[in-house]
Design a protein around this ligand. Sequence first.
Ligand SMILES: CC(C)(COP(=O)(O)OP(=O)(O)OC[C@H]1O[C@@H](n2cnc3c(N)ncnc32)[C@H](O)[C@@H]1OP(=O)(O)O)[C@@H](O)C(=O)NCCC(=O)NCCS
Length: 202
Amino acid sequence: MYGTWLGLAAQASQRVGNESWTLRRGEQVTLRAAQAEDGAAMRGMVEGLSRESRYFRFLTGGRVADGIVEGLVRAGADGVALVVTAPGADGGTEAVIANGQFVVTGHGTAEFAVLVADAWQGQGLGRRLIARLLQLAQAAGVRCMRGDVLSENRRMLAILRGLGFSCRRNPEDSYLHEATLALGAAAANIATRMPADWAAAG
Ligand SMILES: CC(C)(COP(=O)(O)OP(=O)(O)OC[C@H]1O[C@@H](n2cnc3c(N)ncnc32)[C@H](O)[C@@H]1OP(=O)(O)O)[C@@H](O)C(=O)NCCC(=O)NCCS
């Protein structure tokens, strides 16, 4: 029943403290639950996206609506929203450099999405973020993670397949792939799908 998962996702989110992650270039970044106060920094990140990244995540090359950006940092009772932050270049205000979230949509299925700022892509951040979302979803009792991925988004599809997702072209929309992964007791332990450097995460 849908109500079973309401609140569990929020509890899982609350268990996320400040996690220090070391990226391939050696930089230290912080993963934590997103807060409403991250809205301005999130808008800054979205504004700085390349046209391709914006299209891959939001299916638009234009301005992303305020409500959508606010939704990236507002999890609600039935979801989890995470941000990864890095210290400001001048040592000042921290910048949001990545976002990951899922929302339980009913029957134990959660819809997820991730976004990594262009300058921070290719360092293992996206894969680790998705793996962390999977852990939290499993802790919340989610049975199936699913996401829609543009068929041309080869990097995302490669990452998801590597994490055990089944990715198949949407028969009703050839531009989209549907990615699904069963979680729960019947599924293999999520830890076995973690990036090799997961244990190094502080
Ligand atoms: C997709 C995205 C989340 C991936 O995050 P990332 O931090 O760049 O990716 P990672 O560094 O974790 O992983 C990259 C992996 O993809 C692989 N990869 C890179 N480019 C690839 C390509 N063109 N085709 C296939 N695999 C590719 C790399 O080999 C790497 O694997 P490795 O970790 O084993 O070396 C990020 O690029 C992004 O936010 N893109 C724009 C928005 C988006 O597409 N969001 C997903 C919407 S569904």
